[in-house]
Write a new protein. Structure first.
Length: 261
């Protein structure tokens, strides 16, 4: 809405029988009412109420899969996050936590890594039933931030000598875990916790020696999880743009109706 007239002029000229919001002042409906009389403020409040009643409803997100309350478990990014949480938990148990050892204890590193890895996964779960695309994007942002925290702690753990670096080690070669396993309800493939019998990762995790974990394994998993998060964010941003354009078209249509076009 352009700065066509002052707020006072807009209020004095407004016709409640033929409401026209196309020339509303800049900032409408949150204009500064300083300088208005109490009567003008009351009129302006009525105008805002009419605007709220006439404007199109906000776009409705259709990205939630309410038919399956745990549908997020089909997502490749959730599968990666679930695997990362488990591997982090296995690794942090190898940190110096026993007071009989003559080394500094690493309770804080363990707690931070465990919490950050949990947050990556949990935010993906929590957002599943959120009603809007914006909220979905917000919570994925929280997951990305937690994932970056995990990455930083893994780098520090490697530098501090708690996690070995073994060039050439990988999830597939070292652990027999292939992140490319089919995912999604239409494929009838991986769903659920990686530690559940029947999951493609179950055997590898049930026989895992935590001392076989390496900096390269964690880096691979973190980078691939980050890539999936970015791709999901891109697709949601495109969806949000489409919803925004629809909203703008509806507003223009209502303005045309208000003008009698």
């Amino acid at each position: 809405m352009g700065n066509v007239m002052t707020l006072k002029d807009f209020i004095s000229r407004f016709n409640f029988l033929k409401p026209d919001f196309s020339e509303a002042p800049e900032g409408f409906p949150e204009c500064d009412v300083i300088g208005l009389t109490s009567r003008e403020v009351g009129t302006y409040s009525g105008i805002i109420n009419m605007w709220h009643m006439s404007k199109p409803k906000g776009p409705v997100s259709r990205s939630r899969m309410w038919q399956d309350p745990k549908g997020y478990q089909y997502l490749g990014v959730w599968q990666n996050a679930a695997l990362l949480r488990i591997l982090i938990r296995r690794f942090t148990l190898t940190l110096p936590l026993n007071r009989t050892l003559n080394v500094p204890l690493e309770y804080r590193l363990k707690a931070q890594l465990d919490d950050a890895a949990r947050s990556v996964k949990r935010n993906i779960e929590e957002v599943w039933k959120r009603p809007t695309t914006k909220e979905y994007l917000d919570f994925l942002g929280y997951s990305q931030a937690s994932l970056e925290e995990v990455a930083g702690d893994i780098r520090d753990a490697t530098v501090d000598g708690f996690l070995p670096s073994v060039p050439g080690s990988s999830l597939a070669k070292t652990m027999g875990i292939d992140l490319r396993v089919a995912k999604g309800p239409e494929k009838g493939a991986a769903k659920g916790e990686p530690t559940e019998p029947g999951h493609p990762y179950f055997h590898a995790l049930s026989t895992l020696d935590p001392h076989a974990l390496t900096s390269e394994i964690f880096t691979e998993l973190i980078e691939k999880t980050d890539w999936l998060l970015r791709k999901l964010v891109e697709s949601l941003e495109e969806k949000q743009n489409r919803e925004g354009k629809f909203y703008q078209v509806e507003q223009a249509r209502l303005k045309g109706i208000a003008k009698g076009n």
